[in-house]
Design a protein around this ligand. Structure first.
Ligand code: M6R
Length: 366
């Protein structure tokens, strides 16, 4: 059932090009300017009435929601707040019939996420579910549903669910932006065309695993690691750090790189490897300066940058290059080496990769 792989996690990492492709198929197409979403009934009038979007989720799904906020605000120009479901429920959020609540849940059964959905419905909000399980509780109770077509995810550490949730966020942002007219057809086409070639780029990154194995060989004995990035790279850093924590039990911190000097840089020394994401073209120079700050304190840095941005080599011990794409789509690519890195570190440490201690695949208690 593991299809020749040693663990479900590595099998699921390899399934990502297909999962991403399946999630886009029949929804965005190279020869059409339509976006086809069968289970979404939201009309232009409905959308014109909405003045606020909440994205609510837990864990990895929450990290996908952070990217969702960025892209919906950018492409559809609607204010979006992202919340952790277990916090959202208890903070008396301001919601009414002008609110759209998007819950993101692989399983569709996470107790806090489901409770947030019910809370929103009670307040009269419109509710949309992004889920991987047909007929799951959130799918049944939501007004609109976007299914990710990742296929069953068995490993506790989420991989293909995350990348397909990102695809869902991009397609939704395009959809909302076209529906309310904030996104031009030219801009839509540029993003759509770049999205359609992502599966090949993901495939290429998965094949390039030796560099991550090399890093894991050298660094699996460390007790702590830092992940830094700016903008969307900051959100992906959080996901990378969560993957490492849950399967390798190494303490990992993710920080927006510009925030380091406001405190956490005090911890940096030669014993803490720093994983630096520098895929955002507009923030590249700023990232290089932030990396210099940690290098000065003795840190060994592995950087992730887009092909051609070789300046980063001057401040890094190791650089992993990624195929170029437009800035908003980089999370789909940059998370792949971070998943592989966590996987190899956990394997070398002899951890039970698919079933980490103390964790369950689906958290159905509050
Ligand atoms: O099924 P859900 O997407 O609602 O699950 C949410 C989290 O429990 C889940 O993403 C968790 O954080 C994963 N173990 C992360 O790899």
């Amino acid at each position: 059932e593991k299809g020749g792989y040693e663990h479900f996690m590595i099998k699921e990492i390899h399934e990502q090009p297909k999962a991403i492709k399946d999630t886009m198929t029949s929804r965005i197409m190279s020869d059409s300017d339509e976006i086809v979403l069968d289970d979404i009934k939201l009309t232009k009038e409905d959308l014109d009435n909405i003045n606020k979007v909440f994205i609510v989720a837990c864990g990895t799904a929450y990290h996908a929601g952070m990217v969702g906020k960025y892209v919906i605000e950018k492409l559809a120009r609607i204010p979006v707040e992202v919340d952790i479901a277990s916090e959202f429920r208890y903070r008396n959020p301001i919601m009414d019939e002008k609110t759209l609540l998007i819950v993101v849940s692989q399983s569709g059964e996470t107790a806090d996420t489901l409770a947030a959905l019910r809370e929103a419905k009670k307040a009269g909000a419109r509710v949309m579910a992004v889920t991987n399980v047909v007929g799951s509780s959130v799918a049944r109770e939501a007004d609109d549903v976007f299914y990710t077509w990742a296929g069953p995810e068995i490993a506790v550490a989420s991989t293909k669910a995350y990348t397909t949730q990102l695809i869902a966020m991009y397609i939704l942002a395009l959809y909302l932006g076209r529906l309310n007219g904030k996104l031009s057809v030219e801009e839509f086409r540029t993003i759509r065309d770049e999205m359609l070639v992502l599966p090949e780029k993901v495939e290429k990154l998965i094949q390039n695993k030796e560099e991550l194995q090399k890093f894991a060989d050298k660094n699996h004995m460390h007790r702590d690691m830092f992940y830094i990035g700016r903008g969307l790279d900051g959100s992906v850093s959080l996901e990378g750090a969560l993957k490492l924590k849950e399967i390798s039990y190494i303490h990992a911190e993710a920080y927006p790189a510009g925030e380091l000097k406001h405190g956490p840089i005090a911890l940096i020394d030669q014993d803490i490897p720093v994983i630096a994401l520098a895929t955002q073209e507009e923030l590249f120079e700023k990232m290089v300066s932030n990396i210099k700050e940690v290098v000065t304190r003795g840190a060994k840095v592995i950087s992730f940058a887009l092909e051609g941005n070789t300046d980063i080599e001057q401040v890094s011990d190791q650089v992993v290059y990624m195929p170029r794409t437009i800035s908003i789509l980089t999370p789909i690519l940059s998370v792949i080496p971070l998943q592989l890195l966590s996987y190899y570190v956990a394997v070398i440490r002899g951890c039970d990769v698919d079933k980490p201690k103390n964790l369950a695949k689906s958290v159905t208690v509050e």
